[in-house]
Design a binder for this molecule. Structure first.
Ligand code: UDP
Length: 587
């Protein structure tokens, strides 16, 4: 437990009603009887002080631990920045595992496969999510040398991972999430593409197909491509690339799965190619990692960085404040690496070699609402690119400052930064855009870089009362336009959007768009704009109405490739009875 005493004058955090429920249920410490004994103030102090205490081991740091703990406390309780859920849950506790993202290797032998099952169970228990590539497993019906029998193939093992996950609740709180990836040239690819066609099948997995550059070129040329046996490296058949792409699109249209990841692109940006290839990402796709690597994430709430124009000036982003937050957040996340206890020695070793962190953003839609810029506009896309470039430039500059104080990441010299003489940096990567499923509830902001889901909606509260909850920036704007009424809010709550409410002012209707109002092309353009200045990847779902066609999905997958995204996920309204495991609501 942290040693720093809580200052007597520490202010209580202000917690919104939804955050109270989430924090109480899953984040505040409980005794063996399950009774919560930690206040929210104690929670944030536990995290702030545990992360600040790491500072004292760096001799060159002139920052006083107690001052830093207070700064971290204020940073979190102002909701300017929050670290990923495992840090909030476990910092300063005996569990001490603080990272959200892990990738584990799956070797092509029984021992290797079941090692991975066991390691995933250990990670889920501590609150992390795991990604695996099943590409090394030999195809179904190939020969097993040691027994003379036949192999059962990646899919049969995937079911074992899924079942194991089902039984282990993360830290007694939320169910583990997994990513399963198979290279498109694996002989079992067609079975893998169809693996989730039945609702509820493999429900603890997101599946993605690992697409290669040569496959995408074959799709364009309507050419055949070779299937390669992973255990021999020999071609064992071929398929028409266009046919495979069509079935992939068909399945994604039916159920949202599989998504796609562009493996060559991910490896083109691998900062440490000398350590091998990245074959998988974490469960929601935003964090490609090497085998046995982990990464901790944290998100800045952009909605808080708005500066209202005065003296005739236009409203703007408060760049100075954003810069301050970025530098403090990078120090925080670098300290998290040291404070975290990883479940396996191989993970500790890989994490300490590369020291990856993933600083991202949330509240992007809230910021656009305040700036009165429609999400589905080129102005918003340009602004997204500008903001993320700023975040990345400042995060790298903060990482350089840390390198001067603490030394560069140990594999820096042979990394792409060392080779190009850029740096030295403290961290092999600094930026990632996470979904912020739970963090956005705690901070009371829009999630990640997504548009808002609904402007107003009805929430059922405990005694069966219904409360209409409205986005605060929308509420302010409606009042400003003199159009506010309780009945209007109830009307909006029924449909979520004001797109068709012609009696409302045009400016309101163009600025206050929701995810269903935003055409797929703008979802993708926004993802690509943020990806341009993100070291790792961007978590983004392209939401589609129920009547979207297969051609729409074809177009989205193809454009994601053309625009330089690292992967993409689609969700067609009503195509699944339950959403992917990323709402932070777990079970
Ligand atoms: N994650 C997980 N289980 C969950 C939600 C998230 O393992 O139920 C992991 C997963 O690696 C995901 C990452 O946490 O990609 C970040 O998700 P998110 O930003 O939604 O998490 P938060 O910190 O808001 O809880």
């Amino acid at each position: 437990m942290p040693k720093l005493k809580m200052p007597a004058n520490l202010p209580d955090p202000i917690i919104n009603e939804n955050a109270k429920i989430v924090l109480n249920r899953r984040y505040q410490r409980k005794d063996t009887e399950g009774v919560v004994y930690e206040t929210t103030k104690e929670l944030f102090w536990r995290v702030a002080s545990a992360i600040a205490e790491e500072e004292s081991k760096y001799k060159k740091s002139s920052i006083k631990t107690a001052d830093l703990a207070r700064e971290f406390y204020d940073l979190m309780t102002s909701y300017n920045f929050l670290p990923n859920s495992p840090t909030l849950m476990n910092a300063g506790t005996d569990i001490g595992q603080l990272a959200a993202c892990f990738v584990l290797p799956v070797e092509d032998d029984i021992e290797g496969i079941f090692d991975a099952v066991k390691h995933a169970a250990m990670i889920h228990k501590s609150g992390g999510g795991t990604g695996f590539s099943f590409s090394r497993l030999r195809a179904k019906d190939s020969v097993v040398g040691s027994t003379g029998g036949v192999a059962s193939g990646p899919l049969s093992f995937l079911k074992i991972f899924n079942c194991a996950t089902e039984q282990i609740k993360q830290g007694g709180t939320r169910r583990g999430a997994n990513m399963g990836i198979l290279r498109v040239d694996h002989p079992d690819i067609m079975d893998f593409i169809k693996a989730k066609e039945r609702d509820g099948e493999l429900n603890n997995f997101n599946l993605s197909i690992g697409l290669t550059e040569s496959f995408m070129q074959a799709v364009e040329k309507k050419a055949d491509f070779d299937l390669i046996a992973p255990n021999t490296g020999e071609p064992v058949g071929s398929l028409n690339a266009r046919d495979v792409f069509n079935i992939l699109v068909q399945k994604a249209w039916e159920s949202g799965d599989p998504g796609i990841v562009f493996l060559d692109r991910i490896n083109r940006d691998n900062p440490t190619p000398q350590l091998g290839e990245m074959e998988s990402t974490n469960p929601c796709g935003e964090q490609p990692l090497l085998p046995y690597e982990a990464c901790n994430l944290g998100s800045i709430n952009l909605g808080k960085c708005f500066a209202k124009g005065t003296n005739g000036k236009d409203s703007e982003i408060n760049w100075d404040e954003l810069k301050r937050i970025i530098h403090l957040a990078v120090r925080f996340l670098d300290n998290v690496i040291d404070a975290s206890q990883y479940p396996l020695p191989q993970i500790t070793e890989t994490v300490e070699m590369n020291r990856k962190i993933g600083l991202g953003v949330m509240g992007w839609a809230d910021l656009l609402y305040q700036l009165k810029i429609p999400y589905n506009s080129q102005t918003a896309v340009d602004m997204g690119e500008r903001v993320m470039k700023f975040v990345q430039d400042e995060a790298r500059s903060a990482s350089k400052t840390l390198a001067a104080e603490r030394g560069h990441f140990p594999t820096y010299v042979e990394s792409i930064f060392g080779e190009a003489n850029l740096g030295p940096y403290r961290n092999a990567t600094t930026t990632t855009i996470a979904p912020t499923g739970t963090l956005s509830i705690i901070a009371g902001c829009s999630s990640g870089v997504e548009p808002l889901f609904a402007l107003s909606f009805v929430r059922n509260v405990m005694d069966n009362d219904k409360l209409v909850e409205t986005n605060p920036f929308f509420e302010d704007a409606v009042k400003e336009a003199d159009a506010y009424s309780g009945s209007l809010m109830e009307e909006i709550a029924k449909v979520g959007t004001i797109k068709k409410m012609k009696h409302l002012p045009e400016e309101l209707r163009s600025v206050f768009v929701t995810s269903m109002d935003v055409e797929p092309i703008w979802h993708l353009k926004m993802q690509a704009a943020f990806q341009k200045h993100t070291d790792n990847a961007v978590s983004k779902t392209v939401n589609l109405p129920a009547n979207a066609t297969k051609e729409d999905i074809w177009d989205i997958y193809w454009k994601a490739y053309e625009y330089g995204c690292k992967g993409v996920t689609v969700y067609r309204d009503g195509s699944k009875t339950s959403q992917v495991l990323c709402t932070g609501d777990g079970d």
